[in-house]
Design a protein around this ligand. Structure first.
Ligand code: ADP
Ligand code: ZN
Length: 526
């Protein structure tokens, strides 16, 4: 109980917060009492306090292992402003500064020390730690971004694998591992790799009930965006994510022309411009930040009322993190995304064309597929997101697009077979646009050039219109029956998964598209 009151006092007097959030208090008490903990909490949930307060309450210095060199400085600055003796050690420090940090550590003057994993694991640093432990004590080891031990994640750090040494050499020092990446395989791997079998697990819900998720088909993205902004967020702060720097600049400039207070942000901008735009977004009301994913890490603005995706994020984790920057204050906020077949093809090409190792590519493809599956899903968005993170949700949130207007599905088996056989017969190297022309029986220049009017699939698809076929192809790509070729022309080819359908062994149910998309022409896609 005493720890409890002391923690509460620190929270109020040092950090300036009136109450712990969610599981924070239970975690703090557990670690203050010397227990090991595994903390799963969404980004922005408040993980830092979970090790900062126990570091202050226990004797000695709290050692925080973090791979994010760029964020260490910020964290340390923030702690120092609160009057807490904090420092960091990583490769960005010059020898002189590093020596000062060592000296402060050896004099027992530090309460929190952030260390990069490769530095921590050096024999000399470990022996320093033994020294410190004997003289002042080590309050705890915090292992931030603990998912970095996972070989299957984006952020694998081989040095994280060696962190079990901490437990072997300092069995009496409590360890707290923290991550916002929560799928079950990763969680299990963290436990196994860090030897946390006996740690208590604190799993916060990843649900963001105040975020209204909507995913719409790209029809005329700019017109759709204007409609969304005008009708729902005429004066609000929000973030609009785009894939490329060029698109960021173009979109920001165009919004400005339309009279919106929009600013660009991407890693290619001059640092001073970037900094100035970020400051305006944080300090002024109603600014729209048009940005690449470079924007957002460590940005803590509670009243972001909407996050728009004009391009697909790379994965469900990405989508969750990026949309999660909306509505930190708990008030209603919108996550609004538009996407089309062009995006899917683009993303696949980016992936296929990159020089990442094949194993990693396969993983990234799976992640993209999961995201596309989410886009095409007919289930409650909250439920679909949480399912991805291994959490249950009853569904029927009553405010996502799928709950508000349940999607129609139709038996697309026959259409899918036509589409697949059209891909096959034309040699598996054409994009959706050309394939649709074949199905609709159009005699375009390109059709004539390849003599495709003589194909058996020519003109067999007239029962559907252009937009409907576009939807069929998009869903076939999304569900992995078609994939794009490696040469980079966006040609579609069959995958193994297409076989059962072609052989008549399975059926496929497709999502019907909204009427306004059906009526529109295909060139409106981008
Ligand atoms: P995470 O590391 O989980 O992404 P942080 O530790 O950076 O989250 O905290 C996110 C934001 O929430 C920070 O601005 C932090 O100051 C704030 N915060 C954390 N705990 C509380 C609390 N108990 N009350 C109010 N604000 C909090
Ligand atoms: Zn819902």
């Amino acid at each position: 109980m005493q720890a409890n009151t002391a923690a509460q006092q620190l929270l109020e007097q040092t950090f300036g917060y009136s109450a712990f959030r969610g599981e924070q208090e239970a975690i703090v008490n557990h670690v203050v009492d010397g227990g090991d903990a595994l903390v799963l909490m969404p980004t922005g949930g408040g993980k830092s306090l979970c090790y900062q307060i126990p570091s202050l309450l226990r004797p000695g210095v709290g050692i925080v292992v973090s791979p994010l060199i760029a964020l260490m400085q910020d964290q340390v600055d923030a702690l120092r402003q609160l009057g807490i003796q904090a420092a960091f050690l990583n490769s960005s420090l010059d020898a002189d500064t590093a020596r000062h940090v060592y000296q402060a550590l050896m004099r027992g003057e530090l309460k929190v020390l952030y260390v990069a994993p490769e530095r921590l694991m050096t024999p000399s640093f470990l022996s320093t730690l033994h020294d410190i432990q004997q003289r002042f004590g080590i309050a705890l080891f915090a292992i931030d971004e603990a998912h970095c031990v996972s070989q299957w994640g984006h952020d694998f750090r081989p040095e994280y694998r060696q962190l079990t040494v901490l437990h072997e050499e300092f069995p009496e020092v409590p360890r707290i591992a923290l991550t916002a990446t929560a799928d079950t395989p990763t969680r299990n791997e963290i436990v196994e790799r860090l030897g946390l079998e006996h740690a208590r697990q604190f799993i916060s819900s990843f649900d963001r009930p105040n975020i209204r998720y909507r995913v719409a088909l790209k029809n005329n993205a700019r017109k759709q965006l204007l409609g969304f902004l005008e009708s729902e967020h005429p004066n609000d702060a929000g973030i609009i994510y785009c894939l490329s720097r060029r698109k960021v600049e173009e979109t920001a400039a165009w919004l400005k022309e339309q009279g919106w207070d929009a600013l660009p942000y991407h890693a290619g901008l001059d640092a001073t411009v970037r900094q100035a735009n970020q400051q305006r977004f944080l300090r002024e009301e109603g600014i729209i930040m048009v940005a690449t994913v470079a924007f957002g890490m460590g940005i803590d603005k509670p009243n972001v009322r909407f996050v728009v995706h004009l391009d697909l994020p790379k994965s469900m984790e990405g989508y969750y993190q990026e949309t999660g920057r909306a509505g930190r204050d708990g008030l209603d906020a919108d996550a609004w995304m538009v996407y089309g077949l062009g995006d899917v093809v683009n993303m696949r090409q980016l992936l296929d064309g990159s020089d990442t190792p094949e194993e990693r590519k396969r993983l990234e493809r799976q992640k993209l597929d999961a995201l596309l599956g989410f886009c095409e899903s007919t289930a409650c968005r909250h439920q679909a997101i949480l399912r991805y993170f291994g959490e249950q949700h009853p569904g029927n949130c009553g405010q996502c697009d799928n709950c508000l207007s349940p999607v129609d599905t139709w038996n697309g088996t026959e259409a899918a077979r036509m589409a697949l056989s059209c891909v096959f017969r034309s040699g598996q190297r054409f994009g959706a646009g050309h394939l649709i022309d074949i199905l609709l029986g159009k005699t375009t220049e390109q059709i004539k050039r390849f003599n495709h009017q003589s194909l058996s699939t020519f003109g067999i698809g007239k029962a559907l219109n252009q937009a409907q076929w576009s939807s069929v192809f998009r869903q076939l790509v999304a569900s992995g029956l078609l994939s794009t070729d490696m040469e980079g022309y966006g040609g579609l080819r069959l995958t193994e998964e297409a076989r059962p359908l072609l052989r008549g062994e399975t059926e496929i149910w497709l999502r019907s598209d909204p009427p306004d998309v059906r009526a529109s022409s295909s060139k409106a896609e981008r």
